[in-house]
Design a protein around this ligand. Structure first.
Ligand code: 5GP
Length: 186
């Protein structure tokens, strides 16, 4: 792990992968597409915490349809490894039955976390359930899962920033960095 400083003084953790500007441009495109697809509908946006908090707060501002919001707190990672076992630390407050639900996730890696959250939510009978993930680490997928809206496809490396942590640190960085060259390396 390494730190560097950019001209102007901003601290860069690890190796810069997506700048704040690139992120905002892509979120603008995603927000426009989601607004178009859900035109005339009222939606329930569910953020999966903690990782998705920053993406969630940026994308809600760019979705132009009536919405409610809610959050789930879930975890499956210990240090840099997915345990494959999903813990729900805090459940939704909203009833999702017959509602158009859009799940907002930070990153899909093996897909195990999202798959079990998806199954849990489908059992509550929403009118529809779609998924929007900021990052998609496709090379690591273990379960087949359809992601309706993807911010960026990324390689098999370990990323931090823009909501993503390493041991609860670095979530506040406004950019995405490569923290470790391999998801498996410690
Ligand atoms: P999955 O169950 O798809 O393997 O893992 C999804 C969860 O693992 C994400 O919600 C995120 O918390 C964590 N995760 C997966 N890859 C990364 C990564 O590159 N960086 C960070 N910080 N977390 C990751």
């Amino acid at each position: 792990m390494f730190y560097s400083t950019r001209p102007g003084g901003a601290m860069i953790v690890g190796k810069l992968f997506l700048t704040a500007e690139q992120i905002q441009t892509r979120i603008g495109e995603l927000g426009a597409k989601i607004s178009e697809d859900y035109e005339g509908k009222d939606i329930l946006l569910i953020g999966i915490l903690k990782g998705a908090f920053m993406f969630f707060s940026d994308i809600v501002k760019l979705i132009q349809v009536p919405m409610d919001i809610d959050f789930l707190i879930a975890s499956s990672y210990v240090r840099t490894q997915s345990t494959g076992e999903v813990k729900i630390h805090a459940d939704l407050r909203e009833d999702i039955k017959d509602r158009h639900v859009l799940l907002i996730e930070d990153i899909v890696d093996t897909g195990l976390t999202l798959n079990s959250i998806r199954e849990m939510l489908l059992s509550r009978k929403p009118a529809s359930l779609k998924i929007c993930s900021f990052l998609d680490k496709k090379p690591r997928r273990k379960v087949d899962i359809d992601i309706d809206y993807v911010g960026f496809e990324i390689p098999d490396k370990f990323f931090v920033g823009y909501g993503l942590d390493y041991e609860n640190k670095f979530r506040n960085l406004p950019y995405i960095s490569i923290f470790k060259e391999s998801t498996y390396a410690d």
